[in-house]
Design a binder for this molecule. Structure first.
Ligand code: ADP
Ligand code: MG
Length: 273
């Protein structure tokens, strides 16, 4: 079936009839009544208290909320890093709430790219090595791994930095390496937990410009942020409080990060393409 971003397309079918594809498409993320409890001795922390949310293919969602409201717990469940205590989760049509840990790891590797506040790169590996890592688990041949890693680094404007280690790169460059790593297995979703939390404001907008470009290319993105400015680049803002969703608003006209950067022109390499 024809897959296009949020747009119903009229296509010819094998029996000669014309069908409407797209209207019936399933959400990329569909969680229903998700709860997550952490047991700490005699205490139970209710980190998620019944979260229901659908994210359609091609959306760019900001998740906001006070510290401790359950944002990271939600992202970890959505990213198949953790399992919910109860509730269901359908990712790209797969019911992942019932998968065994090894199956969950496989889905995570194929479908999810993660970006973290602290970049989470391996310090002894080069940029290229870090980007190749997710493909090791996916069983890709070494030559293909290297080719794809180089292309992913090129797509975030890091050609020429392949052999740099993380401590030889700026924060913004390290986050670009992490974005390349998140991209390299062709995920359906990118999940970013406070990706700009360690970056200055211009570098933050550069990262948002890259994410907007990837989103325009069809990747569904969910980004946690506590910065209202960062949320203005997203098409939807979901707010958490005490483990629940309390607001879910569309932003019909997200700010274009590239346009924001152009007001203060500097090097746009790897940001706009
Ligand atoms: P946020 O990302 O919005 O700051 P978190 O999802 O990290 O919130 O945390 C939600 C609640 O769950 C908090 O009360 C936090 O202390 C608790 N929590 C998170 N992770 C764990 C854990 N591994 N063990 C116990 N409690 C946790
Ligand atoms: Mg958090």
């Amino acid at each position: 079936m024809e897959r296009q971003n949020g747009v119903a397309t009229v296509i010819g079918t094998s029996n000669g009839k014309v069908g409407l594809a797209g209207l019936e498409r399933e959400p990329t993320i569909k969680v229903s009544n998700l709860t997550k409890n952490y047991e700490l001795g005699d205490n139970v922390v209710h980190a998620l208290r019944g979260v229901s949310l659908s994210v359609s293919p091609g959306e760019f969602v900001a998740v906001m909320g006070a510290s401790g409201s359950g944002k990271s717990t939600f992202m970890n469940v959505v990213g198949c890093l953790d399992r919910p205590t109860s509730g269901t989760y359908i990712l790209d049509g797969i019911d992942v709430s019932s998968l065994a840990p090894d199956e969950l790891a496989l889905v995570r590797n194929r479908k999810v790219g993660f970006i973290f506040q602290g970049f989470n790169l391996l310090s002894r590996m080069t940029a290229l090595g870090n980007v190749m890592l997710p493909m090791v688990y996916a069983g890709v041949s070494p030559a293909t791994m290297e080719e794809r890693a180089r292309l992913a680094l090129e797509s975030v404007g890091l050609t020429g930095r392949e052999d740099h280690k993380p401590n030889q790169l700026s924060g913004g460059q390290q986050q670009r390496v992490a974005i390349a790593r998140a991209l390299v297995n062709g995920p359906s979703i990118i999940l970013a937990d406070e990706p700009t939390g360690n970056l200055d404001s211009r570098t933050s907008v550069e990262v948002m410009a890259i994410l907007q470009r990837l989103n325009a290319e069809g990747i569904t993105i969910v980004v946690v942020t506590h910065e209202p400015d960062i949320a203005t680049y997203c098409g939807r803002v979901v707010r958490f409080r005490d483990g629940r969703v309390i607001d879910d608003d569309r932003n019909v006209r997200p700010v274009e990060a590239v346009a924001a950067l152009a007001q203060d022109p500097k090097d746009l390499e790897g940001v706009a393409q």
